[in-house]
Design a protein around this ligand. Structure first.
Ligand SMILES: Cc1cc2nc3c(=O)[nH]c(=O)nc-3n(C[C@H](O)[C@H](O)[C@H](O)COP(=O)(O)OP(=O)(O)OC[C@H]3O[C@@H](n4cnc5c(N)ncnc54)[C@H](O)[C@@H]3O)c2cc1C
Length: 594
C-alpha cells in the first residue's frame, strides 16, 4: 500500500519497507494518541493536564523547541527511530511561519537564477516524497509562467531553466514542462496581459495547506510516541556542568511553570532561533535576518483566475497568483522585517504592491482594496547575508551547535522539512552512538505516510476517497461534504465520521451545520484545538479562504468551545476578542488600524 517501487531501486528495500509499514500501521491506534509509560494520551487539550504530567516526568532523548514544520519533521523522524521525543510550542502548532507561506511544495524555480543548484535539486526531489506521503494535503498544480518581451525570463532561458528544473527535481515524465505559444498561453489564462506576450512555460508544482501539513506531521510524530504540547513556551534553558539538559516551560493557558529534561535539545523555533540562542549565550557568528511576505485573497467573482500563474512584477520580482476554493490568492512581498514576529500584518504599502502587480499582469481585472476578502503575512527566517536584498538571500538551511550542546536549525523551506529532519536526526543518532554506544534505526520517513496519508499512495487517492463516501452519508452528510472531508482528512476520516456520529446531537443543540461541526469535534478531540483562531485558521483555513463562513458561525463555534473546554466568562471574552481582531487584521492594513 505504501511502498512506491518505482522510486526504490532494490527489491529488498521494497520488501523490507512494505513489511515495516504493515507492522507500524497495525500498531497505530484508531485515535491520534500515544502510549507513554502505559497511559494512552489523546492529542487533545481535553487531556492537557496529562500531557503536562508526561512532559514533566522522565527524561527524553530529544526535546524539540518549536511546533512549526521544522520541529514537526524532527519530532516525527526522531520518534520513528524510536527516540523518546518531546515537542514544545509557545503558540498554536504552525502559528509561526508554517501557516503563513505561499502554500506551495516547490523546488523554487527562481533560485536557479541565483545558481542555488544544490538546494533546488534537493528540495525539488522532496516534492514527490511530500506528495506521496500525504496526498490528502498536497495536490499537483500546473503552473503557468507567462513570458513577455523584456521580462525576467526569456523564452529560451525559460525553456532551458524549466528543463534543468525537471532534471534536478527528478520530475516524472507526465509532469515535465512544456513550452506554449502566446495563443496557447492565453487559452490557459485569458486574463494575462496580451501586450508583449511571446509564450509561456507550463510546469508542475504542488499546492498544499501548510498548517494542515504541519499538523499531520505532528500527529504522525505523536502516533509514534512523541509528547507534544501547544501554548507552552520555553522561557529558560537548564544547564548542568555547562551543558544544556532541559528547559523551563511556561504554560500559556494555565500560567504554570514546569521543567522538561532531555539529552539533546533542538532549537527549531524558526524566526525565534536567535532568541533561544540568546538564552543560551550562543548568539555569535551567523544570525537571522527576517523578511516579511504578504498574500491577498480575492473572490473569483472579482478576479476570475482559472490557472495558477507565476509572473513578473514591474520591479522584476516574481509573484504567484493561485486559484483555490473559489478564491484567488496572490503574493508574496519580500521586505526586511524587525518588528513583532508573532503578529506580522499586511500594511498599506504591501497591499498596494500586490494590487499593482495584479493590475500589471492582469490589466482587465478591475479590483481595488474593497475586493480584498482576507490576507496573511509571515516572516521568513533567513540567514543574514551582508549587502543582499531580501529576495536575493539564500533559502538554504544550516545547523549550528553551541558549546552547551544546543543544536539550532535555521533557514530552510517548508518543502525541505523531511530532509532537514533527516540530517539533524542523523546527527543525533551519531552522537548517541559515540556518547552512549546506543544505536537507533536509520531514517524511516521517506516511505512513511504522515497522519491521514495512509491512503494507498497518491495514485489510489481518488479510489480511496470514493470508498469513504457511504460512511459519510450514514452520518447524514451530503455526498459533497463526505467527499470533501475525506479529501481533507485522508485516512483519518473514519474517525472524523465516528466522532460526528457520536456527538451529532450537539450539532443540533448548538445550531451548527454537520460539515463544520465534524471538523470542530475532530479538531478539539484529536488536533489540540485550544482557541477559535486555532480552529478557523490553522485547522480549517476558513479565515483565509472562507471568511464569510467564520463571520456566520463564530458565535455557535465559540459557544460550543466554551462548554466543551470549560472556559470561564473571561476566557470566552478573551478568545472572542482575539477572533474579532484576526477578522479585522485580515482586511485592514496594520497602519490603518492604529
Ligand atoms: C511569505 C512566505 C512564503 C513562503 N512560501 C513558501 C512556499 O511556498 N514553500 C516553501 O517550501 N516554503 C515557503 N516559505 C518558507 C517556509 O514557510 C518556512 O521555511 C517554514 O514554514 C519555517 O518553518 P519553521 O518550523 O522553521 O518555523 P515556524 O513555522 O515559525 O515554527 C517555529 C515555531 O517555534 C515556536 N517558538 C518560538 N520560540 C519558542 C519558544 N521560546 N518556546 C516554544 N516555541 C517557540 C514559534 O511559535 C513557531 O511556531 C515561505 C515563507 C514565507 C514567510
Amino acid at each position: 500500500m505504501i511502498g512506491q517501487p518505482q522510486r526504490i531501486p532494490e527489491f529488498g528495500i521494497v520488501f523490507c519497507g512494505l513489511f515495516y509499514f504493515h507492522f507500524i500501521n497495525s500498531c497505530i491506534l484508531n485515535t491520534i494518541a500515544n502510549r507513554v509509560g502505559g497511559i494512552t494520551l489523546k492529542f487533545s487539550n481535553l487531556y492537557r493536564d496529562e500531557i503536562g504530567k508526561k512532559l514533566k516526568s522522565g527524561q527524553y532523548d530529544v526535546l524539540v523547541i518549536g511546533g512549526g514544520i521544522t520541529g514537526a519533521g524532527i519530532a516525527f523522524d526522531a520518534a520513528s527511530r524510536v527516540m523518546k521525543t518531546a515537542l514544545i510550542e509557545m503558540q498554536d502548532f504552525a502559528a509561526g511561519t508554517s501557516s503563513r507561506s505561499t502554500k506551495l511544495v516547490h523546488g523554487g524555480l527562481r533560485y536557479l537564477k541565483q545558481y542555488e543548484v544544490k538546494m533546488v535539486a534537493e528540495v525539488g526531489k522532496e516534492r514527490a516524497i511530500v506528495y506521496e506521503n500525504g496526498p490528502h494535503v498536497t495536490t499537483p498544480e500546473w503552473m503557468l509562467l507567462p513570458i513577455h518581451k523584456g521580462g525576467t525570463f526569456g523564452k529560451f532561458s525559460t525553456s532551458i531553466g524549466l528543463r534543468v528544473y525537471d532534471f534536478l527535481a527528478g520530475v516524472k515524465k507526465t509532469e515535465r514542462r512544456t513550452m506554449l505559444t502566446s495563443a496557447e498561453t492565453l487559452a490557459k489564462e485569458p486574463l494575462i496581459k496580451k501586450s508583449g506576450l511571446i509564450g509561456g512555460g507550463y510546469y508542475v508544482e504542488y499546492r498544499t495547506d501548510d498548517a494542515r501539513l504541519t499538523m499531520e506531521v505532528i500527529k504522525a510524530a505523536v502516533e509514534k510516541g512523541t509528547v507534544a504540547c501547544n501554548y507552552a513556551k520555553v522561557i529558560e534553558l537548564i544547564y548542568e556542568s555547562g551543558k544544556v539538559i532541559g528547559v523551563l516551560v511556561k504554560d500559556q493557558l494555565t500560567g504554570e511553570n514546569y521543567e522538561v529534561y532531555a539529552k539533546k535539545i533542538i532549537n527549531a523555533s524558526g524566526p525565534w532561533v536567535d532568541s533561544i540562542r540568546e538564552m543560551d549565550n550562543s548568539k555569535k557568528g551567523k544570525t537571522l535576518q527576517l523578511s516579511k511576505g504578504v498574500h491577498l485573497v480575492i473572490d473569483q467573482t472579482r478576479f476570475p483566475l482559472k490557472q495558477a500563474i507565476y509572473f513578473d512584477t514591474q520591479d522584476g520580482r516574481m509573484v504567484f497568483a493561485i486559484p483555490r476554493d473559489g478564491k484567488a490568492y496572490v503574493g508574496t512581498t519580500d521586505t526586511f522585517y524587525s518588528q513583532d514576529a508573532v503578529n506580522p500584518n499586511m500594511t498599506e504599502s504591501d497591499r498596494s504592491y500586490i494590487l499593482n502587480a495584479i493590475h500589471y499582469m492582469f490589466p482587465e481585472v478591475e479590483i481595488s482594496e474593497k475586493d480584498i476578502e482576507s490576507s496573511w503575512a509571515g516572516v521568513r527566517p533567513l540567514i543574514y547575508e551582508d549587502g543582499k536584498d531580501p529576495s536575493e538571500i539564500s533559502r538554504r538551511d544550516e545547523i549550528w551547535e553551541s558549546n552547551s550542546g544546543l543544536i539550532t536549525i535555521a533557514g530552510g523551506k517548508l518543502t525541505g522539512y523531511r530532509k532537514m529532519a533527516e540530517t539533524i536526526v542523523d546527527l543525533l543518532a551519531e552522537k548517541f552512538q559515540s556518547e552512549e554506544g546506543k544505536d537507533f534505526l536509520a531514517c524511516q520517513t521517506k516511505f512513511m505516510p504522515i497522519s491521514g496519508g495512509d491512503v494507498g499512495g497518491s495514485k489510489n487517492f481518488s479510489t480511496f476517497v470514493a470508498s469513504k463516501i457511504a460512511k459519510g452519508l450514514e452520518s447524514n452528510l451530503t455526498l459533497e461534504e463526505a467527499e470533501q472531508l475525506t479529501r481533507i482528512y485522508g485516512s483519518n476520516v473514519d474517525l472524523v465520521f465516528d466522532l460526528l456520529k457520536l456527538n451529532k446531537s450537539d450539532a443540533g443543540k448548538y445550531g451548527l451545520p454537520l460539515f463544520l461541526f465534524a471538523k470542530l469535534v475532530y479538531g478539539i478531540e484529536e488536533e489540540m484545538v485550544a482557541t477559535p483562531i486555532d480552529f478557523f485558521h490553522r485547522r480549517t483555513g476558513d479565515i483565509l479562504f472562507n471568511i464569510d463562513l467564520v463571520k456566520k458561525w463564530k458565535k455557535e463555534v465559540i459557544d460550543y468551545m466554551t462548554d466543551k473546554l470549560n472556559w470561564t466568562n473571561q476566557e470566552k471574552e478573551k478568545y472572542s476578542l482575539s477572533l474579532e481582531d484576526a477578522l479585522t487584521s485580515a482586511v485592514t492594513p496594520a497602519d490603518e488600524q492604529e
